[in-house]
Design a protein. Structure first.
Length: 205
């Protein structure tokens, strides 16, 4: 009799184990599928990609010449729409030269005055920068203006009298100032982006 009871109970135990195994496998498939779908959706930017997309959008972007806003397109004397429609999307003619990317300019408001290295003379300069990037670089420049101004003054103070009296010396000074500004922006924002520095005023006394 006890043998019969054991035989009857054994299949029940086996069936219960199989049922639990099937439920476990089913749950694993569901969880695995859910994780896989979540990863796919996240990678495709369908979910959870907003912050990543925002941080990408917030970074500086190169501006193509075809996308550049020109002064004539701003509507001066009623020629804005015509100029915009004529210029947009048209390729630059061969042999016309010029840069591939637009130049975005920003003139710093206050001039810079500094003593020259080992000299009784001092230099006073007005500075404008150009960047092939969008307004992000200029915004970074404005945000960190105090640090940028300090870097420019340090670079000017490290300039010799001979340098400021020659065209070649002034060109070297332009490169030195661009490097000083870019180094400061990289330190503060992680990105420089300044292409050139231009003098809007240059006086040695």
């Amino acid at each position: 009799m006890s043998d019969i009871v054991e035989d009857v109970k054994a299949p029940k135990k086996k069936g219960g184990l199989m049922k639990k195994l099937m439920i476990g496998v089913g749950l694993l498939v569901l969880v695995g599928g859910g994780v896989g779908a979540g990863l796919y959706a996240s990678g495709a930017g369908l979910i959870g990609g907003g912050a990543h997309a925002e941080s990408e959008a917030a970074g500086p972007k190169l501006v193509a010449k075809s996308d550049q806003k020109r002064a004539s397109e701003a509507g001066g004397e009623g020629h804005g729409e015509e100029a915009a429609s004529e210029g947009v999307g048209k390729p630059t003619p061969k042999g016309s030269g010029g840069d591939k990317f637009a130049s975005n300019y920003y003139a710093m408001e206050k001039e810079f005055t500094s003593n020259l290295q080992d000299s009784v003379h001092f230099v006073q300069v007005g500075i404008a920068i150009s960047t092939p990037y969008d307004d992000t670089v200029i915004d970074n420049l404005k945000t960190n203006e105090i640090a940028v101004r300090s870097a420019i003054l340090m670079a000017l103070g490290d300039t010799s009298e001979e340098q400021v009296f020659t065209v070649e010396g002034k060109t070297q000074l332009q490169r030195k100032l661009a490097k000083a500004i870019n180094d400061t922006l990289k330190e503060k924002e992680g990105f420089g982006g300044v292409g050139n520095v231009y003098f809007t005023n240059f006086v040695v006394q």
